[in-house]
Design a protein around this ligand. Structure first.
Ligand code: HEC
Length: 150
């Protein structure tokens, strides 16, 4: 008799703990599902925001440093047209960044990165490149983008 009542007490307490454990587990699983449902969207949103602010910064840098030679909208001038569909399709970002960083020796195109004696950080050159890429969707057909300078 005595044993039984001890066992019953123990059983009740064990049940209580098991139920608490289950509740905690369910909360954790729901929390995880909730997180994995919303996290990718949050990440995509913040990537998009980052990209938009990079492009906006690039636009400012472009009009300050580049528009005078390459045209306010990249249409070309003393320097080649940069918003040419063909130019944008023919280059990857690293090439564009390289050209801006080192410049083109023997031409009016100066080196722009701090590493090569220019005024811009690599982050600013990334922003410029992102801005130039933002032209890509609507870039005009201009196979002679280098007509300015051979
Ligand atoms: C003083 C005028 C001048 C300024 C300012 C200038 N560029 Fe240039 N850029 C040129 C000329 C000229 C060339 C062509 C050089 C050559 O190939 O002989 C050129 C070439 C380039 C090219 C390579 C294009 C190609 O088809 O070969 C890129 C990219 C470029 N410039 C980006 C920029 C960016 C971005 C800025 C601003 C940070 C800038 N340039 C500022 C004159 C300029």
């Amino acid at each position: 008799m005595t044993y039984r009542s001890v066992d019953e007490g123990l059983e009740r307490s064990t049940d209580k703990w098991m139920i608490s454990g289950l509740v905690v587990m369910v909360i954790l699983i729901l929390g995880f599902l909730f997180y994995s449902w919303f996290e990718p969207a949050a990440r995509a949103d913040s990537l998009e925001e980052h990209q938009a602010s990079l492009v906006a910064q690039g636009a400012d840098l472009y009009s300050l440093n580049c528009g005078s030679c390459h045209g306010p909208q990249g249409e070309g001038g003393v320097g080649p047209g940069l918003n040419s569909q063909q130019f944008l399709a023919a280059t990857v970002d690293d090439q564009v960044k390289g050209l801006i960083s080192t410049g083109i020796p023997g031409s009016l195109m100066a080196a722009y990165s701090l590493d090569f004696g220019g005024p811009l950080t690599l982050e600013e050159i990334d922003a410029l490149t992102a801005y130039m890429r933002s032209w890509e969707e609507t870039a005009p057909d201009n196979p002679d983008w280098r007509s300015c300078c051979g």
